[in-house]
Structure formats: structure tokens, C-alpha cells
Design a protein around this ligand. Structure first.
Ligand code: SF4
Length: 461
């Protein structure tokens, strides 16, 4: 399978509860459409109708898989949805979500964003007891644990299961006539709860709530379980002792800039990252700042404003080109990047340019971008990254290439500049990144500094 030359997000989740019956799948379509950037390989919804859960999911984009619901009027009180990207286990429809089962507790459907760190231990335990698995996904383990537990009430059963799992998780669940939203005690992945006209809506990012015109919302807190049903909204905490570990990459790259995540306005934080980069470049002589669109746009704006250098659109992105994958030959790789990013020659010719992007993984795409800009006549290229150097894997729901593949594990910025034929390369140091985030101690930086709170297969450090 071709690999992406960016850290890759696994999932986005959504959920709705409405006191009055409404067209739930139709609303889920718009929520998931707004979360499409969090996963492009599969999409799915589950909803409760006449005491039965209906689930539909497939490989493909939301617009392809779920457009059927734009034409139908399916009234329901509760629904959940999911968008997914996967590398491990491949793009199999069995691994698409929501997952839906009938067990001794009735019908349950679940959508998950994150990664359960002790999944292998739990899978082995369940397997030794005779469990049969239909997917390779860690989310299925949660369903097995719910089915297995002796607790009778929904809340007790959920609390029992949550005491057994660790790692990163934001769940939306249909269980009985309840919509349940859960966030892990460390708060790795975001999850929001909004309300409008008697409907309660959960989503990974606030941009999805915006798509339904919801302006009243709050963060579901780390360690919180929110149960929404006909009686109203009930909140409880299964664990409030976790050290907050919000994924800083949500701020750097994953979340949409028009979203709020972890109670931060993503756009503002990204601009501050760009400004911090510019402060490292006090003596730079450049004619313009450009971004690698879309991921570098906001940081580039912040850089340009701080440095007093004009921001220009030096590269135009073709929105119909998909994600940049690492294709097997140099020629194919270059074609893919050239299809996606086209330079404005008359703007760039003879100019000294600062190029801002969010992160550098293998350096392959950056090398092609520098070549495109130099072919277009750029005189100097100063490549700037609004994240620190990536050194370590992520165990909390993000795909980052192996240690060997990460360019910063074999080369320093000067060597990277030489490799990609840029004049200079600079990263935003971790301490500068921390200065632009108000509650910096509440964030995870493990892919930069290796300080993982949990490792797969192991207990807490
Ligand atoms: Fe996010 Fe990196 Fe931590 Fe993973 S390791 S949760 S990508 S900050």
C-alpha cells in the first residue's frame, strides 16, 4: 500500500440524540462531511429505528458512501457516525465503523477515535476465553467487554469497561435508547457536545457542529461519560485523575483551522506558531512568504505578519487531487505532487521565498516542492516547519512512519536542506511551540520527545 508523506489521522466521530423524531442519517451526513479531513477511507452511520439499530458503512468518501441518505427521510431519535483512515489491516470494509452487534445487553453500535494501548492484552484475554473476532479493530474489544460484564445498568456496564481500557479514545455509542459520548481520562482526542432545538449533537470538532448551525457547545471533558436520553443529559466522570495529554498535532495539522479543539481556536494557535517561527528568523532577507496549501496556510500568514514580509499564494492546490502518497518511483511521486500543487511562475521568478509547511516526515514531498519552485524560477527557498522535528511513533491514533523512515532521525536541518535542495530548513523548537499554547503542560508531545505516557502491550509507565 502506498504511504502518506504526512502523519495520518485515523478517525472522526459524531452522534445525535433528538427528543422529537428527525431525519438523523441526513444530519449525520453533514456532520461527517465536515469531519472528512479526519479520515477518507471509509464512512458509516448507525441509527435506532423501531427499537432496532440499522447500520450502513462502506469504503469511500462521505459523499459517495452516505449520499443515499440525502434522498431518504428516515426518522429516528438516535444515531452515530464515523469516518476512518487505516493503514494497518488495510482498507477492509469489516474494519469500517460504526461497529454494530447484538449481545446479551441488546443492540449496541460504537464509533471510536483513538487507539487502545492495551488492546493486545485484552484481545488475548478474550481470545483465551473463546471470543470470536470479526475485525482487527481495537474498537470491537469494547463491545466484547460490554457483552461480558455482569453489570445490569448501562452506566455501570460502561464504567466497568472503561476501567479495563487505556490509551486514547473518544467514543460515540448507541446503547439502548441512549446516546453516549466518552473521552479518555487524558483527553488525547477532542469531542464536543452541542445543543440546538432539543437535539444534542456530538462531534470530534466544532466545525461539524457549525455545519448544523449549532453555536451552543462545550467540550466533553477528559474522563467524562455523557449519556443523553429522553430524561435529558447526564454527565459523570469515570476517571478524573489522568494527566491531560491533548494531541498537539491536532493544533499543528489535523484539526480544521475553523474548529475549536481542546478549547483552543485552532486558527489562532497556528498563526502564533507561524509568528514564533518568524521570530527565529530575525535576519532573513526574503521577498515573500508562501505556504504549502492547505496545511501550511495559517502558519504562513502568522509568519508573514510577524516578519513584515508579504504573504502570497505561490502554489495553487488542485482540490480534485487526493492525498499525497509515496508512490514507488520518483517520476510518479513528482507527477502526483505536480498534479496537486502548481506554482505561479510570474510571482516566483527571481524571488527569495520562505515556504511554510506544518511538518516533515520523510522529506520526499518537500524535495519535490522545492524542485517545483526552483523550476518556476525561485532564487532562494527557505523551508520552515511549524512543528518540531518528528522522531517517534504515536500510539494514540495517529500513523507516523517508522523510526528509520523519519528524516529527522538520520539528518539534521542543514543536512535536510542539502537533501531537498533548499537554501535553509528550520523547525519550530518544542519549547517555542509550548510558548504559543496557553496550557502547554496539558498536551502530548511524544512524537517529538519520546515521552509516551502509554506504550502498546504494556502497563502505564
Ligand atoms: Fe499527537 Fe504526537 Fe502525542 Fe500522537 S504522539 S498523540 S501525534 S502529539
Amino acid at each position: 500500500m502506498d504511504k502518506a508523506d504526512k502523519p495520518v489521522h485515523h478517525c472522526g466521530v459524531a452522534g445525535i440524540f433528538s427528543k422529537e423524531p428527525i431525519n438523523i442519517p441526513h444530519k449525520l451526513f453533514y456532520l461527517l462531511f465536515a469531519l472528512q479531513h479526519r479520515g477518507q477511507e471509509s464512512a458509516g452511520v448507525a441509527y435506532l429505528k423501531s427499537n432496532q439499530i440499522y447500520c450502513y458503512k462502506d469504503l469511500g468518501l462521505v459523499s459517495k458512501v452516505l449520499s443515499r441518505y440525502l434522498r431518504k427521510n428516515i426518522t429516528s431519535h438516535i444515531g452515530i457516525g464515523h469516518v476512518r483512515y487505516s493503514t494497518h489491516g488495510g482498507s477492509k470494509v469489516e474494519n469500517a465503523q460504526p461497529l454494530h452487534v447484538t449481545c446479551n445487553k441488546g443492540e449496541i453500535a460504537i464509533a471510536h477515535n483513538g487507539n487502545i494501548s492495551n488492546a493486545d492484552e485484552i484481545r488475548k484475554e478474550l481470545s483465551d476465553e473463546g471470543a470470536i473476532f470479526q475485525t482487527t479493530s481495537d474498537t470491537e474489544l469494547v463491545l466484547h467487554l460490554i457483552s461480558k460484564c455482569k453489570e445490569k445498568t448501562v452506566t455501570d456496564a460502561i464504567n466497568r469497561v472503561l476501567s479495563k481500557i487505556e490509551g486514547a479514545f473518544s467514543f460515540t455509542i448507541i446503547y439502548g435508547e441512549n446516546l453516549i459520548g466518552i473521552r479518555d481520562p487524558n483527553g488525547y482526542r477532542p469531542l464536543y457536545l452541542g445543543e440546538k432545538e432539543g437535539s444534542f449533537v456530538m462531534a470530534s470538532e466544532t466545525c461539524a457542529l457549525d455545519s448544523l448551525g449549532i453555536s451552543q457547545y462545550r467540550e466533553i471533558k477528559p474522563g467524562e461519560v455523557v449519556v443523553v436520553n429522553k430524561e435529558g443529559v447526564h454527565s459523570s466522570f469515570f476517571n478524573q485523575t489522568g494527566k491531560k495529554q491533548h494531541c498537539v498535532f491536532e493544533m499543528i495539522y489535523f484539526a480544521r483551522p475553523d474548529s475549536e479543539v481542546f478549547n483552543h481556536n485552532v486558527y489562532e494557535v497556528r498563526k502564533r506558531m507561524g509568528a514564533a517561527l518568524a521570530r527565529l528568523d530575525k535576519d532573513i532577507q526574503a521577498d515573500m512568504v508562501i505556504s504549502v496549501p492547505e496545511s501550511g496556510n495559517v502558519a504562513a500568514l502568522g509568519y508573514a505578519k510577524e516578519a513584515g514580509i508579504p504573504f502570497e499564494m505561490g502554489l495553487t492546490r488542485n482540490f480534485y487531487a487526493g492525498r499525497s502518497f509515496i508512490l514507488p518511483t520518483t517520476e510518479k511521486r513528482e507527477m502526483a505532487v505536480r498534479t496537486k500543487l502548481n506554482p505561479n511562475r510570474s510571482l516566483l521568478k527571481g524571488k527569495k521565498i520562505v515556504v511554510v509547511d506544518d511538518s516533515l516526515v520523510r522529506g520526499t514531498t518537500a524535495g519535490i516542492i522545492v524542485r517545483i519552485l526552483k523550476d518556476a524560477g525561485a532564487k532562494e527557498i527557505h523551508f520552515r516547519l511549524s512543528s518540531p522535528e518528528l522522531h517517534f511513533p504515536c500510539y494514540y491514533g495517529i500513523d507516523i512512519p517508522t523510526y528509520e523512515e523519519l528524516i529527522s532521525n538520520s539528518k539534521n536541518p542543514q543536512e535536510i536542506a542539502k537533501m531537498i535542495h533548499a537554501d535553509t530548513v528550520k523547525f519550530l523548537p518544542i519549547e517555542e511551540l509550548q510558548k504559543v499554547i496557553s496550557n502547554a503542560n496539558d498536551f502530548c508531545y511524544a512524537c517529538f520527545n519520546g515521552k509516551h505516557l502509554y506504550h502498546p502491550h504494556s502497563n502505564k509507565e
